[in-house]
Design a protein around this ligand. Structure first.
Ligand SMILES: NC(=O)c1ccc[n+]([C@@H]2O[C@H](COP(=O)([O-])OP(=O)(O)OC[C@H]3O[C@@H](n4cnc5c(N)ncnc54)[C@H](OP(=O)(O)O)[C@@H]3O)[C@@H](O)[C@H]2O)c1
Length: 245
């Protein structure tokens, strides 16, 4: 049994992953903004076997909330063994092209606020000499594309931050996992036309659960996204800049 903090717990991907944790009888501390969703999620997790479930409604994009949040989660559960960061937004790329304030908002929610939280958690885990930091980034951060390069910038920066954190924390026995799901059918992508490459959040949740258990460093989910991105990254910039991606 261990103590797990889930940030953005009501996300479709996080909810299914939390169900797998619940079945292992862990203590859970769930954070997102929507109180009603959190309350019904708490009942669901208790029925599925979680030892204890605490919920907190909070705007995670506001850095001012972070120190107290980590303290409350630590005090409530006694310690934090694992954190899963799953919150985020897929902002309006076209809006950001016109308006820097929109870009800043997207970078704040998808990257800077996560870095703020991970700075606190990394120091705590380093001191305790153990812990798992699992963060949902995205293959969008592997190469900039005209259709979503603001979101991609946030996820790309986050991926580099996690890489550095992994290198720093390896000697302290802290596991850092970067999760890169491909196309997942969730509320975030409700307006997208779905095709062959799309998978359900359940599929991704099993991949996340296994990657945490196996202490993997980077998990493309499903696995074939690693090869798709290898191909995309290998296209010369002289050609890539003319593609409609
Ligand atoms: N779906 C995909 O195809 C895909 C692909 C690659 C990566 N991802 C990443 O996977 C993660 C989960 O996404 P999802 O697809 O499961 O989306 P989702 O179901 O729309 O979940 C997004 C979650 O973020 C929470 N959230 C948003 N802003 C917040 C804030 N300011 N404070 C606290 N919580 C906030 C929302 O909860 P509240 O509304 O309750 O606050 C919601 O639970 C995200 O990081 C996303 O970027 C998704």
């Amino acid at each position: 049994m261990s103590n797990i903090l889930i940030l953005g717990a009501t996300s479709a991907i996080a909810k299914h992953t939390t169900r797998l944790f619940a079945a292992d009888e862990h203590n859970l501390y769930l954070v997102a903004r929507n109180k009603d969703k959190l309350t019904s999620m708490k009942q669901d997790m208790l029925v599925r076997g979680a030892t204890s479930v605490n919920i907190e409604s909070l705007d995670l994009s506001d850095d001012n909330n972070h120190v107290e949040l980590i303290k409350r989660a630590t005090d409530t559960m006694g310690s934090i063994d694992t954190v899963l960061v799953a919150y985020g937004t897929l902002g309006n790329q076209k809006e950001s092209e016109k308006n820097y304030a929109n870009t800043l908002k997207e970078l704040q929610i998808n990257c800077l606020s996560v870095i703020s939280l991970l700075t606190l958690l990394a120091n705590q885990f380093e001191q305790q000499g153990s812990g798992t930091i699992a963060v949902i980034s995205s293959p969008s951060g592997d190469r900039g594309r005209q259709s979503n390069y603001i979101y991609g910038t946030a996820k790309g920066a986050l991926t580099i931050f996690l890489q550095g954190l992994r290198n720093r924390l390896a000697k302290s026995k802290v596991h850092v996992l970067t999760i890169k799901p491909g196309f997942v059918d969730t509320p975030m992508t409700k307006d997208f036309k779905k095709g062959l490459l799309w998978v359900s959040p359940e599929v991704i949740s099993k991949g996340i659960y296994n990657a945490i258990k196996k202490k993997r460093e980077v998990a493309y989910l499903p696995f074939f996204w690693r090869y798709i991105m290898l191909i995309i990254k290998s296209i010369p910039e002289k050609i890539f800049k003319y593609l409609s991606l």
